[in-house]
Design a protein around this ligand. Structure first.
Ligand code: SAH
Ligand code: SF4
Length: 422
């Protein structure tokens, strides 16, 4: 255990740190320097940042570990609460860095306990419109799943997806991805010793967020570096401690990125399949024209750690009269034979103006029975939070409501944003 005495700045570093604090403070006051976010830095980057503040090399790792504990173990959002960090260093951090969570525009709690937050993020450039994203929390009796976004909008245009009707505004930073987890923990009271503001529908266990799914807005494999950094932070055992086996990345099938994602991030994988034939998948998930089904399944077979203990989840949205015939159910199990898999049948969640309808419940059950008989357990995903438009594919930020002229005023896309289907 670290004592208070133990962690004040060492004498040799103090004058430099004080100078840095003073100059950072002066610049921030003068408005010449925006505060930098601290959330989202890897451990190494955090140590490097402390170096910039004058912390001696021998001390950096230890200081970074202490900060890490406050940020991700305790979830503090105020430097003043970091009581075992020396006053000088705290002042220095306060002057130059920001711990703010994304701003909550609205918080909605569904009749089934599902929560949806509309969050406002800083604009990419001065005077630009602040973009918004959505994050959803789905509680069950014994676990709680947080569905987070990886991009604002999406470059892909899956025809059944609400997000797909919104253009890509930008990638989220690692800090903004982690920020969704921190904010959800704040609002649910999921920090040790924290009060739970509204306990409706929360799971019984000590931890309220046990699982994370990258199934909100955006295609996570088009923002892989930030997603990876963020998930390394979220899974770190001295912080948020969500095991990588409980984090699932859902992709529409960006095959060339799947191998890298498996090797480097080692998350569980979900694949949005939705059709068993290329001609139909070309329409539903247009990236299929670039990476067709056979190529996608080869990518799945090669995915990191694939085994019965680490199955890939295949998502299949149930669209009335489009992809929900019994013949297609049979083709689905045939197609996936030999791949350790789970099948998730997702009843289509409607949104205003959607060109599809959800399959009839009896048809979903008949389809599920074929899948079930082939050995896949409980294949239907119960829709949650439909009354607050929090279900899969209903997410779309308010920025979509902008007029075209306002959209053009948005910052241009960063160069590293890829993926539009030509
Ligand atoms: N872009 C990634 C992750 C986000 S979408 C992907 O496509 O996998 C998460 C899941 O919700 C995907 O399986 C997606 O196909 C599904 N989805 C999208 N719109 C939906 C809708 N309206 N109803 C049901 N599921 C939907
Ligand atoms: Fe993008 Fe996924 Fe929606 Fe397709 S389903 S448009 S990839 S968010």
């Amino acid at each position: 255990m670290v004592t208070v005495m133990d962690v004040t700045l060492e004498m040799s570093a103090a004058p430099e740190a004080e100078r840095t604090a003073a100059s950072l403070g002066a610049q921030a006051t003068a408005g010449t320097l925006a505060k930098r976010p601290l959330v989202g830095l890897s451990r190494a980057e955090l140590a490097e940042t402390l170096g910039e503040l004058g912390i001696a090399p021998a001390q950096r790792r230890m200081r970074a570990t202490q900060l890490w504990g406050w940020l991700y173990g305790r979830g503090v959002s105020d430097f003043a609460a970091m009581t075992n960090i020396g006053k000088d260093l705290r002042a220095c951090l306060q002057a130059g860095f920001d711990l703010a969570r994304p701003e909550i525009v609205t918080e909605q709690i569904s009749s089934d306990g599902t929560r949806k937050w509309l969050l406002r993020l800083p604009a990419s450039e001065a005077g630009g419109r602040a973009p918004e994203i959505e994050t959803v929390y789905i509680p069950e009796a014994d676990r709680g799943t947080l569905c987070i976004s990886s991009q604002i909008g999406c470059t892909l245009t899956c025809t059944f997806c609400h997000t797909g009707t919104q253009r890509l505004v930008r990638n989220l930073t690692a800090g903004e991805i982690v920020g969704q987890v921190l904010l959800a923990r704040d609002r649910i009271g999921d920090w040790t010793g924290a009060e739970t503001p509204d306990p409706r529908g929360l799971p019984i266990g000590e931890r309220k967020i046990t699982n994370i799914v990258l199934m909100g807005m955006g295609e996570p494999l088009y923002n892989f570096d930030n997603v990876k950094t963020a998930m390394d932070i979220v899974s770190d055992g001295e912080g948020l401690s969500v095991s990588k086996r409980r984090i699932t990345l859902s992709t529409s099938g960006i095959v060339p990125m799947m191998e890298r994602a498996g090797a480097e991030a080692r998350l569980m994988l979900a694949v949005s399949l939705h059709a068993v034939r290329d001609d139909l998948r070309d329409v539903l998930v247009p990236i299929n024209r670039k990476y067709p089904i056979a190529m996608l399944l080869d990518g799945c077979r090669a995915y990191y750690g694939l085994s019965n203990a680490r199955r890939i989840t295949f998502e299949y949205v149930m669209l009335k009269g489009v992809n929900d015939s019994i013949a297609e159910a049979r083709d689905l199990v045939r197609l996936l034979a030999g791949i350790p898999a789970k099948i998730n049948l997702i009843p289509f969640n409607p949104w205003p103006g959607a060109p599809y309808e959800c399959s009839d419940w009896e048809q979903i059950e008949r389809f599920a029975e074929v899948v079930n008989r082939a050995g896949y357990a409980s294949p239907i995903r119960t829709p949650r939070g439909r009354d607050i438009m929090a279900a899969c594919g209903q997410l779309k930020s308010e920025s979509e409501k902008m007029r075209a002229s306002e959209r053009r005023a948005l910052a241009p896309l960063p160069a590293n944003v890829g993926g539009a289907v030509s």
